[in-house]
Design a protein around this ligand. Structure first.
Ligand code: NAP
Length: 328
């Protein structure tokens, strides 16, 4: 597969908080479709397609697969065999905190779990360091000083360049940012879920991140596919909701979502966008959002989704109409 020489021409790059790092406005996550049950050749095509479109950021976690760890193995092989010369053009992240291995140290936020986990991830990824390492979730039973201290240690040891937190609520975020600042390893980025169908971050988190000048990369902006035209008529067999090991359950594809998506789709058409493109533009409408972190099962989805950047502006009227649908 070839590398496109013009790969940086069309992508937008947004500064992440007040850091020196810029993220592509659209990043690719490897949570689904890169695991041991998926086709390696397709995974390779997805990575090349994304990179060739200027997507420099690839998001992983220790447990991505299924089975857990296999997405890092897939990505590690692609990097080693094909893209190692481009390592410095890529921003690669991983995380630890969710259930990964057996016994009392295989999950949550202890120093033991985080340090063991980064070592495992680097081996699977064939890398000396990741660019961002996240605490994947807040651990109510471990002192936050211990979890943040482990992130600081990981950065200081050179195993990660930056620290991040994911899924932390506003009050947990305030404490985490303070501890990291005091340690001298400021938090680069927060990774919460955000889409038209899940707006919890609007209730305090976005204001906090804006005030603290911390970046935000939002995951599942397409609500795992609900905010596309995929489910408007039926649940396709090879879709995330149709697959046996897909994370989106059939019963999550409710008539209420389908009705809303149909109405949103009509607005998208008037904007000359697909529903997926409008859903991505919508999360990026707030300047605090550094990047929309999408998933994809086909190269066509990546190619289509980056075209969201052709129309990021919303009129007041469009925003009002969308709001009415979302709150009805
Ligand atoms: N920090 C965390 O706790 C956490 C949790 C979840 C995810 N994440 C990160 O966020 C990333 C993205 O999550 P996500 O995969 O749920 O994001 P998403 O973008 O909301 O959903 C992606 C899925 O939507 C479908 N899709 C994408 N583009 C489409 C299009 N143009 N038309 C029709 N269908 C389309 C595909 O599913 P089909 O298989 O149906 O084609 C694709 O796999 C993950 O890979 C991971 O890196 C982080």
């Amino acid at each position: 597969m070839n590398i496109n020489e013009n790969r940086y021409d069309k992508m937008r790059y947004n500064r992440c908080g007040n850091s020196g790092i810029k993220l592509p406005a659209i990043s690719l996550g490897l949570w689904q479709n890169f695991g041991g049950y998926d086709t390696f050749e397709n995974a390779k095509k997805l990575i090349f397609t994304a990179f060739n479109l200027g997507i420099t950021h690839f998001d992983l976690a220790n447990n991505y697969g299924p089975p857990p760890g296999s997405a890092e193995l897939t990505f590690g092989k692609i990097i080693k065999d094909h893209l190692f010369n481009y390592r410095d053009e890529m921003l690669i992240s991983s995380k630890a905190g969710y259930d990964m291995w057996s016994g009392p140290y295989g999950e949550w936020g202890s120093r033991k779990h985080l340090i063991s986990s980064i070592d495992q991830s680097l081996k699977r990824l064939n890398l000396d360091y990741v660019d961002i390492f996240y605490s994947h979730r807040f651990d109510p039973n471990t002192p936050l000083e211990e979890t943040m201290g482990a992130l600081d240690q990981i950065v200081r040891s050179g195993k990660a360049l930056y620290a991040g937190i994911s899924n932390y609520k506003p009050e947990q975020t305030i404490r985490a940012l303070k501890i990291l600042n005091d340690l001298g390893t400021p938090c680069l980025i927060h990774q919460p879920r955000y889409s038209m169908y899940d707006r919890w971050i609007e209730d305090g988190l976005t204001d906090l991140l804006a005030k603290e000048n911390v970046g935000a990369i939002v995951f599942s902006p397409l609500s795992q596919g609900l905010l596309t035209d995929k489910y408007l008529k039926e649940i396709p067999i090879n879709s995330r909701a149709g697959k046996k090991h897909g994370f989106l359950q059939k019963n999550q594809v409710t008539q209420e979502f389908i009705n809303k998506s149909k109405k949103l789709n009509e607005i998208a058409i008037t904007r000359n966008q697909s529903l997926a493109q409008m859903a991505i533009s919508w999360v990026l409408r707030n300047p605090i959002i550094t990047s929309a972190l999408i998933g994809a099962s086909s190269i066509n989805q990546i190619q289509e989704n980056v075209k969201a950047l052709n129309n990021l502006a919303f009129s007041k009227d469009e925003l009002n109409k969308i709001e009415k649908i979302l709150t009805s």
